[in-house]
Every structure is written in C-alpha cells, then in structure tokens.
Design a protein around this ligand. Structure first.
Ligand SMILES: [Zn+2]
Length: 203
C-alpha cells in the first residue's frame, strides 16, 4: 500500500502505457472521482462541482451504474466525463486475464467511454498491454487518500493542495467510506486551486 500522495517514479516505470500526468500547459488540472455512482455521496459531489462551475471525470463501477442509472445520467447531463472502473471493482493482480477483461467489458456496456482506470491502481503487464489498445488508461499523480480512516480531513486536503501542479491528475472517491474526508477537503481544495488559477479540465 502506498503511503505517499504522489506515486513513486518506480511505479510510473512499471506502467509506461498508463497516463500518470497530463502535459503541463495552460495550468490545466484534472479532477477525478472513483467508485461511484452512489446515492449517499455522488449527488453531493455534483452539487459542489456545479456550485464552483467545475467539470470532472467519474470512473464508474458498472454495478453502481446499473443500480443508480439516474445518478449516472445526471453526471453526463451536467457535462462531466465518465470512465470505466470495471463492473465489480476487481483487482487485476488477483484476476485471470479473461475474467478481468470480461469485467471491463461488462462495465463498458453501461459506461460508454474510452477511458479506463484500474481499481487499486493495479493491473498486470499483460492486462495493461491489452487494455491500452482499447482505452486510455488513466492513473494519477495526486492521491487524496480520502478513503483512508488513517488520514485526517486536514491531511487529505493537504495531500491535494501541496502536490497539485500543472497537468496533475487528482483522485477523490465518491464512496461512502471517503465521504467524511471528502466533505471537508473537496470544496476547500477547489477554492484553493481556483485561487491559484488552475483550470479544471477534461481528458
Ligand atoms: Zn476504485
């Protein structure tokens, strides 16, 4: 388990076909939310984004899209982007390739997107190679750790504002587990980054 907000150089070398950060131009940054949509959290996230006029990318779990299609529709209607995060949020390293690809395909039938993010940021080389032909595999360079009960809400906010730079890809989670930290950190992070003249962009 990583304990740093910015992934180490080695990890980026292991996954060369994945996008870890976007080109640094025009102060663009990329806000992403994983694991939704869920009714307890995602509508609140959408309200916050609307309030600050920010667009973001939601890496959706297919099973959640199936259960909450109205929230998924709202994400699209409000101009956000979606990506594939597998159907059952499975671990690539523990899955046979065929099972993994089938799970990605099952999600793809609900989530029409060329973007993919592997749950837990883990996939096998062979999975990476295969999926990179069909998808842009989007990782991150700034992890909020919003989901961790070991990370305080202040630390979560700091993880984001201290590490974000031109071209950064930031990860939050629209999940019940992350909600306490997210409620504190998300609006404050957006305000801070907007003050710094960063521009929230889509992939
Ligand atoms: Zn996830």
């Amino acid at each position: 388990m990583l304990t740093v907000a910015r992934p180490p150089y080695l990890l980026r070398k292991i996954y060369p076909r994945c996008v870890w950060r976007m080109p640094a131009n025009n102060n663009k940054i990329y806000l992403t939310f994983d694991d939704g949509p869920v009714p307890e959290v995602s509508p609140w996230v959408l309200d916050v984004l609307k309030h600050y006029k920010v667009k973001a990318t939601f890496f959706c779990v297919g099973d959640n899209v199936k259960k909450h299609p109205e929230i998924y529709e709202r994400i699209l209607t409000e101009g956000h982007q979606v990506g594939n995060h597998t159907y059952n949020h499975i671990k690539g390293l523990r899955s046979a390739n065929n099972d993994y690809f089938e799970n990605v395909q099952q999600c793809h039938e609900l989530v029409n997107s060329r973007l993919f993010r592997p749950p837990y940021g883990q996939i096998k080389h062979s999975q990476q190679n295969y999926l990179a032909k069909k998808f842009r595999v989007i990782m991150w360079d700034v992890l909020s750790y919003d989901y961790s009960h070991l990370v305080s809400k202040e630390k979560c906010l700091n993880n984001v504002i201290k590490n974000t730079r031109n071209g950064s890809i930031i990860v939050f989670h629209d999940s019940v587990k992350a909600y306490p930290n997210l409620q504190f950190a998300l609006p404050r992070a957006i305000e801070y980054l907007q003050d710094k003249r960063f521009r929230f962009s889509l992939f």
